[in-house]
Design a protein around this ligand. Structure first.
Ligand code: PLP
Length: 415
């Protein structure tokens, strides 16, 4: 298949992006490669249709097929995550989180979430986000001792601040999250518990991370990270909160749903129910654990000492290079990572002492433990000489060759 269209300017840029994705090592923990069915579903005629409302309760005519598609997505989400109710309409993870705030809180109410500097997400109460602007946001951090969540500390903050909503979940935390403990704390202070499983949704679906179902009042997620679906959001809850959540999503914060994306979510959720998907998730974790060990063996410091999931943070301080320098040098070498603050970082968010590495995308391509070793060696070699242009060029050529052995989109597109 050719990636070709009348708008040559845009199509040429799309072609280059396709080339970049195919021939780079994507270690950005929040990214993945969707397969051809999900890709095709997202680029289909469903994008044409307005369908404000919900299945059988639409404000437009001609929604019969869309009702069926959305119902399939809802049913699959309910079965996969073991919940009473699912709303598949949020356009993104941030919209899913906003819907929970809209459903559960009044402006000015107190929310308790993980500090963004310690791994939380913007929508967990950070100042520039609606969550920190319109609500009284307080935060918990990881322990200085072991860089893990300290539930006694979270409990004591909750007792003091009396939040109406507690958020469990993170963008950069490599250890298991104890949702049962979070619920205990929420019950003690009379708060709702929201579990944001955006990063770990695939692991939860595969039973490889404890599920928040049965503990959290609300579960939110993105559909595009470990879950390997289209870019989008999903919010789930118990039956008693279903009405509140549905009216928070529409008409509360959104208008017409993106039906092509909802169809792609249905396809991805279907895939996530297979044994093959479970095996994929198992390999993601095995790869991340192996990669963290290899990086430690090469003299890098791994935040919290290792990983239980698909990602980990690398403290670059022992190597005398900043996260920003590392991101730039590695990108020029065909290795995509993101700079990341480490807990108690002394550098600014634009500089950082660390990088975040994740294995969902390279595992989708079929890479295993042996490839993790090669990648770590390449990262180490580049970071030993971050200004050496010709070394970065030769590494990029090596990366390209390696990617050719694990073809992904080149199986369906002429690249
Ligand atoms: N929640 C968490 C924990 C995330 O990591 C992210 C995205 O990185 C989001 C929510 C927001 O997702 P989106 O970028 O789709 O708004």
């Amino acid at each position: 298949m050719k990636l070709d269209g009348k708008d040559t300017k845009v199509f040429e840029l799309m072609r280059r992006e396709l080339d970049r994705e195919e021939y780079s090592l994507i270690l950005i923990a929040s990214e993945n490669y969707v397969n051809e069915d999900v890709l095709a579903t997202q680029g289909c005629v469903l994008t044409n249709k307005y369908a404000e409302g919900y299945p059988s309760k639409r404000y437009y005519s001609g929604c019969a097929y869309l009702d069926e598609i959305e119902s399939i997505a809802i049913e699959r989400a309910k079965v996969l995550f073991g919940v009473d109710h699912a709303n598949v309409q949020p356009h993104s993870g941030s919209s899913a989180n906003m819907a929970v705030f809209y459903a559960a809180l009044e402006r000015g109410d107190t929310v308790l979430g993980m500090d963004i500097a310690h791994g939380g997400h913007l929508t967990h109460g950070a100042r520039p986000s609606f969550s920190g602007k319109w609500y009284r946001a307080v935060s918990y951090a990881v322990s200085a001792e072991n860089e893990m969540l300290d539930y006694d500390e979270i409990r004591s903050i909750a007792r003091k601040e009396r939040p109406k909503l507690i958020i469990a979940g993170a963008s950069a935390y490599s250890k298991i999250i104890d949702f049962a403990k979070f619920r205990e704390i929420a019950d003690e202070v009379g708060a709702y518990l929201m579990a944001d499983i955006a990063h770990i949704a695939g692991l939860v679906a595969a039973g490889l991370h404890p599920s928040p179902a049965g503990y959290a009042h609300f579960i939110t997620t993105t559909t595009h990270k470990t879950l390997r679906g289209p870019r989008g959001g999903l919010v789930m809850c118990n039956a008693d909160l279903a009405k509140k959540i549905d009216s928070a999503v529409f008409p509360g914060i959104q208008g017409g749903p993106l039906m092509h994306v909802i169809a792609a979510k249905a396809v991805a959720l279907g895939e996530a129910m297979t044994e093959e998907f479970r095996e994929y998730q198992r390999q993601i974790i095995a790869n991340a654990k192996h990669m963290a060990k290899c990086m430690a063996d090469l003299g890098f410091r791994i935040v919290s000492g290792g990983t239980d999931n698909h990602l980990f943070l690398v403290d670059l301080t022992p190597k005398n290079v900043t996260g920003n320098e590392a991101q730039i040098a590695l990108e020029a070498s065909g290795i995509m990572v993101n700079k990341n603050l480490i807990p108690f970082d002394t550098k600014t968010p634009g500089v950082t002492s660390g990088i975040r590495l994740g294995t969902p995308a390279i595992t989708t391509r079929g890479m295993k433990e042996r490839e993790m070793e090669i990648i770590c060696e390449m990262i180490d070699a580049v970071l030993k000489r971050p200004g050496d242009r010709s070394f970065m060029d030769s590494t990029r050529a090596r990366v390209r060759e390696m990617c050719k052995s694990f073809p992904f989109y080149s199986r369906i597109y002429d690249i």
